[in-house]
Design a protein around this ligand. Structure first.
Ligand code: MG
Ligand code: ZN
Length: 360
């Protein structure tokens, strides 16, 4: 080898290496989408005051903002907000997995399943509530919980952890969807089973007949444990996974215009974010996206003290607001999430980065 060919060999080597590196950097094997329902900037700042320091959210370097309006309203509800993420289209308030013309569209969970990924849902409300429902069901009205539950057994979702067992086995139509799940090869656990003892690759874990308790009512570190159990289970699929985790009750705290309820739920969600991020840092192939469907309460922090952990918060409404909400991203492809864009772009960015094929 002469000098010239050695030099060109080195350049070729560097180029190939860089290509491999950049591919590794931009194509995530796994995607974890974390939705803080009602988590606007004020909810996050309030959490920082009570944590008396940075939240785990401050560990993210790639940050953007999304515009949350729905197809029929400047102020979105959680169904249209989650459906924007799950199908990539703006829809009307109340719609679950349907576009604005009420046509069913493939959701991220269905698309991931069709691409041989494992999929999961972890929430701190019923699994039939608007946010998780929008990844599973296709119904015209978010309040049709029994209809929403009936979409679960055929959705292909592998791991489901949350409340709402009654919508599966105490139904008006007398169908027992728990039996359907068992016949379809799922293991189903209720509140009597310790989540840590579950050793199954396809399971439902119902913590409650209806919603889960608030943090102040003793929910403990359920969200952290459930999220890690879901990750550990889904990660057994060598093709990768898609997981949606919701901090469901930040929204309810702000609807109640209760700063303490809001902050307790915010801090719980942030603790879960910390555990997920720790896992993703070690894994290296996982894109973690944390965002919100909308802000709730029009919360303003008008006075406070970091030193004394004191805060005066004022809510301007008991409903949602139309202000932009932040997006935090970590891992391969996270660069794509900087900037200001539509909530529907979350879906398209995930599809483009993962290369999931859409068959419908
Ligand atoms: Mg929700
Ligand atoms: Zn709400």
């Amino acid at each position: 080898m002469n000098f010239k060919s050695i030099i060109s060999f080195i350049f070729l080597f560097l180029a190939v290496n860089e290509l491999a590196f950049s591919q590794k950097q931009t194509k995530p094997k796994n995607v974890i989408l974390m939705i803080g329902d009602g988590m606007g900037l004020a909810q996050i700042c309030a959490g920082m005051v009570y944590r008396q320091g940075d939240l785990n959210l401050a560990r993210f370097k790639k940050i953007g903002f999304i515009k949350t309006y729905s197809s029929d309203n400047y102020v979105t509800d959680s169904a249209a907000g989650a459906t924007a993420f799950s199908i990539g289209k703006k829809t009307y308030n109340g719609a679950v997995g349907l576009d604005s013309l009420k046509h069913a569209q493939e959701t991220l969970i269905e698309i991931a399943e069709n691409n041989k990924k494992s999929t999961g849902i972890v929430v701190t409300c019923t699994v039939t509530h608007a946010t998780p429902a929008s990844f599973i069901a296709h119904v015209e009205n978010r309040n049709h919980y029994f209809d929403i539950a009936s979409y679960y057994p055929n959705s292909g979702v592998d791991v489901v952890i949350g409340g709402g067992m009654a919508y599966f086995n105490k139904r008006k139509d007398k169908k027992n969807l728990i039996d359907t799940l068992l016949k379809s090869g799922y293991d189903v656990f209720d509140s009597t089973n310790d989540i840590n003892t579950i050793n199954s690759t396809k399971f439902y874990k119902f913590t409650n007949n209806y919603h889960l308790p608030k943090m102040s009512e003793g929910r403990g570190n359920y969200s952290e444990i459930a999220s890690l159990k879901a990750i550990e289970t889904l990660n057994k699929n060598k093709n990768g996974f898609f997981l949606m985790i919701e901090g469901s009750q930040i929204d309810w705290g702000s609807h109640d215009t209760s700063l303490s309820y809001t902050v307790n739920e915010m801090l719980d969600f942030d603790n879960t974010i910390g555990r997920v991020l720790d896992w993703a840092v070690k894994d290296g192939n996982t894109l973690v996206i944390v965002t919100a469907d909308h802000e709730t309460g029009g919360l303003t922090l008008v006075d406070g003290s970091l030193k004394d952990k004191k805060l005066t918060g004022k809510f301007s409404t008991t409903e949602h607001t139309g202000i932009m909400v932040p997006v935090f991203a970590f891992g391969p492809g996270s660069d794509e999430f900087s900037g200001i864009y539509e909530n529907t772009a979350i879906f398209h960015k995930i599809i483009n980065l993962t290369g999931y094929k859409c068959f419908k």
